[in-house]
Design a protein around this ligand. Structure first.
Ligand code: SAM
Length: 366
């Protein structure tokens, strides 16, 4: 299955939409702000482009689409004001797969631009927005045309489900019971996709251009830990319940695997170095808890949800439902997510579970 044909976040702005269920991803963007700020400020003060060209890869549709790019613009504006420079022109490219709900983005653009310009005050340069539909595992922009590339929570999506030699029985992603050959096939697919991504962006970025990527990942080398893919393991538990009740065919579950890979910082480093076009400035793993809300001043951890299983179940649903519908059909979805919510709520009262984010900041070698 080619992901480009099937994957998309739930569109619109309704209860099931990504726009209404992307608080976790928003927290991640805010959590990684110091890294993006440092990267864009360094780029601006090194190149002082009159027109600065920024691309957000996998922008989706919803509040986060504008959040990520507006933070970048704010950083440049802060710096240029402190230096007494004129505001540059901003060229903002919003990329996602063609099936992304670009209409919702475009419709909300005028009101966003109006309030953002007001917030930025007088002297703020022109800001041009473009939607770029297409897979980021291919060329999307002309040679040496971008200054800055940003991507948050998108690059863990593979271009396709890897070809598997063995059945990943009872699982939908990598877990402690996945055969070694399955783990290897996933890693190989990630390497291929990530390398392609780096090669394409290396063509498109100007020499000295900068890229900050955040992926859902894991800390250590182990794939079976609760920090990696556990949300999908619990979704597999819900699907397995329905198999044991005869509502889903066992074979149907056995041949469903999610085209996602959660890399470790070491893997990201290795693949960036092996591709060779970029030098890494920063590489960090951050943590976000499933269970609570807001910033915990004692531990310094960020939390995503206060109402347990309900919000997280909706968040995962907004992301993976189109993939599930294509494989299992629409009719069973409410039942799947009803079970999933119960399983999540139950787990979250007993365990402290967190998502790991891997952020890498890098510069195009000159
Ligand atoms: C979980 S969303 C993250 C959206 C947004 N960046 C945020 O932080 O909220 C992942 C996005 O990546 C997009 N995506 C996945 N694979 C892609 C590809 N090959 N090319 C472009 N976009 C892709 C999906 O369509 C989806 O909108």
């Amino acid at each position: 299955m080619e992901v480009v044909e099937v994957l998309h976040m739930n569109g619109g702005t309704g209860d099931a939409s990504y726009a209404s269920n992307s608080l976790l991803q928003k927290k991640v963007i805010l959590l990684t702000k110091p890294i993006t700020e440092e990267a864009i400020t360094e780029l601006y003060t090194r190149l002082f482009p009159k027109s600065i060209c920024i691309a957000d890869m996998g922008c989706s549709s919803g509040p986060n689409t504008f959040l990520a790019v507006s933070e970048l613009i704010k950083n440049v504006e802060k710096k240029r004001t402190s230096l007494g420079h004129e505001s540059p022109e901003y060229q903002i490219h919003l990329n996602d797969l063609p099936s992304n709900d670009f209409n919702t983005i475009f419709r909300s653009l005028p009101s966003f631009q109006k309030s953002f310009s007001k917030q930025m005050g007088s002297g703020f340069g022109h800001c041009f927005f473009t939607g770029v539909p297409g897979s980021f595992y291919g060329r999307l922009f002309p040679n040496k045309s971008l200054h800055f590339v940003h991507s948050s929570y998108s690059l863990m999506w593979l271009s396709r489900v890897p070809d598997l030699e063995e059945v990943n029985k009872g699982n939908i992603y990598l877990s402690s019971t996945s055969p070694l050959s399955v783990i290897r096939a996933y890693l190989k697919q990630f390497q291929r996709d990530f390398t392609t991504f780096l090669q394409c962006r290396a063509e498109e970025l100007v020499p000295g251009g900068v890229m900050v990527l955040t992926l859902m990942g894991r800390k250590g080398e182990d794939h079976s830990g609760k920090e990696s893919g556990y949300a999908l393991e619990l979704l597999a538990r819900a699907l397995n319940e329905l198999v044991s009740e005869g509502q889903i065919e066992e074979e149907q579950l056995d041949c469903f695997n999610v085209p996602q890979y959660t890399p470790s910082p070491a893997e990201v480093k290795y693949f960036v170095e092996e591709e060779g076009s970029f030098s890494i400035t920063r590489l960090e793993a951050t943590t976000i808890h499933w269970t609570a809300y807001d910033h915990d001043h004692v531990t310094g951890h960020h939390h995503a949800f206060k109402d347990g299983g309900y919000s997280l179940s909706n968040c995962v649903r907004a992301v993976v439902e189109p993939l599930l519908v294509r494989h299992f059909g629409e009719a069973i979805m409410d039942e799947v997510f009803h079970r999933y919510r119960e399983i999540l709520t139950n787990c979250m009262t007993k365990e402290k579970i967190e998502f790991i984010n891997v952020t890498v900041s890098m510069k195009r070698r000159v």
